[in-house]
Design a protein around this ligand. Structure first.
Ligand code: PRT
Ligand code: ZN
Length: 292
């Protein structure tokens, strides 16, 4: 039986799908301790007063709205398509995708106005409907529940409006990308009922701090390298100004070690200039947590 009244924070996570692994990975980086969760309906974290509930992603917003779960991790596309009363706490930086208009080669659409009068198949009628009315376009929305990509080939629709991430599914179905209707990523949502529960609110605030530190850390890398003293100023000039680097003496007195937290991706922009300035032993390490 599910221990509903144990006071633990209830966190709803997708049971089996694109968001499952990354959601659990994030919660574990926050130190929750969630092991052997496959095929479980719920599991208690070992190192935080939380129970993880595994649900279909479409059901998560309502469970959170109704307070069955205190928190949930779900795509923004799901929350927006079927409006619910929840608090959006944090965008989580994974599960990124776009809801896009796509169409066969035989169709030519140069801009949004080209959608006028078209039949558009989608599983996101509400998001698409708002997009069309915002752009003052009249088109026919054909709501279907899956395999949207096949709709033009079946003659059900001229155009589709569906989630795209790599674009491989579009290619397989001989469709090309049009324009973006909605951008989405996984988000942490919270139940409005939490506002009346200060004990759980405190747990949420603690967890949120941890989540923010993990997300910030993911955007940064720890750079270490050895730099000849003669080119130290030149090298420091290449490091983003907001991050003051650490300079450490080495046994070889003509060289120092430089350590700095830099934005992910930064290193590829400055690798050659760093080497030209004499930097050696360049190491770029991931950062697990960054506490402000
Ligand atoms: O069973 P359950 O209802 O829980 O899962 P689901 O099948 O409804 O969802 P799932 O696991 O497919 O996706 C969960 C969430 O991941 C979505 O709500 C989005 O927020 C996000 N996401 C990110 C995606 C994609 N990327 C994605 N590519 N959701 C779906 N897709 C589909 C897309 O529709 C396309 O048909 O994957 C297909 C492949 O995409 P390409 O462009 O990479 O080929
Ligand atoms: Zn779903």
């Amino acid at each position: 039986m599910f221990p509903l009244n144990n006071g633990n924070l209830k966190i709803a996570v997708q049971k089996k799908g694109r968001l499952t692994e990354k959601s659990i990975e994030l919660l574990n980086l926050c130190g929750l301790g969630i092991d052997n969760y496959t095929d479980r309906l719920y599991i208690s974290a070992t190192s935080f007063p939380a129970d993880i509930l595994f649900l279909r992603d479409d059901d998560i917003p309502e469970y959170v709205q109704d307070g069955v779960a205190d928190l949930g991790i779900v795509g923004e596309n799901v929350i927006t398509e079927k409006p619910v009363t929840i608090d959006l706490k944090e965008k989580l930086g994974f599960g990124k995708c776009r809801i896009m208009i796509a169409y066969p080669d035989s169709v030519q659409i140069d801009d949004v106005s080209g959608l006028a009068g078209k039949k558009i198949a989608t599983t996101y009628p509400s998001i698409l409907g708002k997009f069309l009315s915002k752009n003052d376009i009249e088109a026919r929305i054909i709501e279907i529940s899956g395999s949207v990509e096949i709709a033009p080939a079946l003659g059900i629709a001229d155009v589709i409006c569906d989630i795209v991430s790599t674009g491989n599914t579009l290619k397989l179905n001989k469709l090309k990308r049009g324009f973006t209707v909605f951008e989405s990523e996984a988000a942490l949502i919270a139940s409005p009922a939490l506002r009346d529960n200060p004990v759980k609110e405190q747990l949420v605030s603690d967890l949120l701090k941890r989540i923010k530190s993990v997300i910030t850390a993911r955007k940064s890398k720890y750079l270490m390298m050895n730099v000849p003293k003669a080119s130290l100023q030149e090298v420091i000039g290449m490091i983003p100004a907001s991050k003051s680097p650490t300079i450490l003496p080495l046994f070889d007195e003509s060289t120092v070690a430089v350590h700095a937290v830099v934005p992910s991706g930064y290193i590829w922009e400055v690798l050659d200039p760093l080497k030209n300035a004499g930097a050696t032993g360049i190491l770029v390490l991931p950062i697990e947590n960054m506490i402000p």
